[in-house]
Ligand binder design. Structure first.
Ligand code: ZN
Length: 113
């Protein structure tokens, strides 16, 4: 399962941080998830509850911020949504673009008491 390994990564990275900083109880964790990652937030929530049991993250809230996809065309400079525009640039019709947003999978914020 894709989401399971992602949550395992997020949880182990966060627990490293809480150990280093001697944080005993986390109240929330904000994670940014780009829509191009194909990750389903409900699965993240489900695994998060399971994987945090007995740790400093137990009972904390997982906040998920979904990031809209955005691409930058290398040909004409247009910025567009590569999902909605069928993966070609709406300005010039070329498919030579760079993804600016949408592939995020990062911990943005950690709340603790
Ligand atoms: Zn273009």
């Amino acid at each position: 399962m894709h989401e399971l390994s992602i949550v395992e990564n997020i949880v182990s990275t966060t627990l490293q941080f809480t150990n280093e900083h001697k944080i005993e109880k986390v109240s929330f964790l904000t994670v940014q998830v780009g829509k191009l990652t194909g990750v389903e937030p409900p699965y993240l929530q489900m695994y998060y509850g399971d994987l945090t049991k007995g740790s400093a993250l137990e009972g904390s809230e997982l906040k998920i911020e979904e990031i809209e996809p955005e691409a930058f065309c290398r040909c004409c400079g247009e910025v567009f949504n590569p999902e909605e525009e069928e993966r070609i640039c709406p300005g010039c019709g070329m498919a030579d673009y760079e993804i600016l947003h949408g592939k995020e999978l990062t911990v943005k914020e950690l709340g603790f008491e």
